[in-house]
Design a protein around this ligand. Structure first.
Ligand SMILES: C[S@@+](CC[C@H](N)C(=O)[O-])C[C@H]1O[C@@H](n2cnc3c(N)ncnc32)[C@H](O)[C@@H]1O
Ligand SMILES: [Zn+2]
Length: 333
């Protein structure tokens, strides 16, 4: 799924580096701001800063007495966000940190704060990341197979996954991370094709994926490579493990009454958020036939959204990326 982006982004992306423009419309902005209930002087952490689409408004809500910590693993996003703060909120107190939110404990130690009042995760890639062909996230453009969100630190890329994983592992990844019905057939096509010559580009991968899906199933619905690309991106960036670690840390760092808000874009992420919130709000996990609690778990969260919030029809019309967005919110006890 792509967010709309204008052609004027082009000069901002020349050579893969960013100068001044980074267009990404923040998803469900009003809902996020309502959920976080920030006030003057709050300390807030945006774990997926991107182009500061949410953060710029969060910074306004907390005023110059507050502190906004913005984290992203992508240099381009950090540069864009920093420029935006300079332009639009020069008085905001901000600390922008490069890193993976899977390492949130270390990052918040680095920020030297005792705790935070609000934490946001807006998962996945941003529109500008999708739009740069050289990063290999998009099945619409032919580009080298990369898909790393942090190309400086992550050594695993999509080309390695596609050309070195065995057929069973490829099928498992496509099935589990992509929920792809034709996972086995696609994995077989990949392995057959790479035996002739390595699969080097997104275009070659799209051809292999299409060959694994029956023509009748390819004719309707989304792009045939959509689920497989999602799966490979999750594998390359260890996205689900990182989300679990990030959420656990976020809950530890929240001040009492502080809120964590997560925007997810596919069911695997949403399931992790839902289960984590449920588990941490339940406390004791002992079997019901045990007379006294032996696990010692106590509830640390209150779930604010029993059902996830979704975007209005009007927002989806304006910003297609919002179509699959789900927001879950929990409050630290
Ligand atoms: C959907 S975008 C966020 C957009 C932002 N909320 C806005 O409206 O401008 C997600 C951002 O999070 C970053 N990101 C994704 N996973 C991350 C991780 N594990 N650690 C740090 N940053 C991550 C991506 O590089 C991307 O810039
Ligand atoms: Zn117990």
């Amino acid at each position: 799924m792509r967010a709309s982006s204008s052609t004027s982004d082009r000069d901002a992306r020349q050579g893969g580096t960013l100068t001044h423009e980074y267009r990404h419309e923040p998803v469900m902005l009003t809902e996020v701001l309502d959920a976080l209930r920030l006030h003057e002087g709050s300390c807030v952490c945006d774990c997926t800063l991107g182009g500061a689409g949410h953060s710029i408004h969060m910074a306004r809500a907390i005023g110059s007495e507050g502190l906004l910590i913005g984290i992203d693993q992508d240099d381009m996003a950090l540069a864009a966000a920093s420029a935006r703060f300079e332009r639009e909120a020069p008085n905001a107190r901000i600390k922008l940190l490069k890193g993976n939110f899977g390492d949130l404990d270390e990052l918040l130690c680095q920020a030297e704060v005792p705790g935070v009042d609000g934490i946001l995760f807006d998962l996945g890639v941003s529109s500008p990341q999708l739009d740069i062909p050289g990063r290999g996230f998009s099945y619409h453009e032919d580009a080298p197979l990369d898909m790393r969100m942090d190309s400086g630190n992550n050594t695993l890329n999509a080309a390695e996954v596609i050309n070195t994983y065995n057929e069973a592992d490829l099928a498992r990844i496509l099935r589990v991370y992509g929920e792809e019905k034709y996972a086995r057939q696609i994995a077989r096509q990949i392995v057959r094709r790479r035996a002739e010559q390595p699969i080097r580009t997104t275009g070659e991968l799209v051809e292999a994926i299409k060959a694994g899906i029956p023509a009748s199933a390819r004719r309707h619905g989304h792009h045939p490579a959509r689920k497989s690309f999602q799966a490979i991106r999750i594998e390359v960036n260890h996205e689900l493990d990182v989300l679990e670690r990030g959420l656990d840390a976020a809950i530890r760092w929240l001040n009492p009454g502080g809120r964590v808000c997560v925007i997810s874009y596919h069911s695997l992420e949403d399931r992790i958020v839902k289960h984590t919130f449920q588990e941490r709000s339940r406390g004791c996990t002992c079997p019901p036939d045990i007379p006294v609690c032996v696990c010692g778990n106590v509830p640390v969260l209150k779930v604010i959204t029993r059902k996830p919030l979704v975007a209005s029809a009007e927002e989806v019309e304006r910003n297609p990326r919002a179509r699959s967005a789900k927001i879950r919110v929990a409050e630290r006890l």
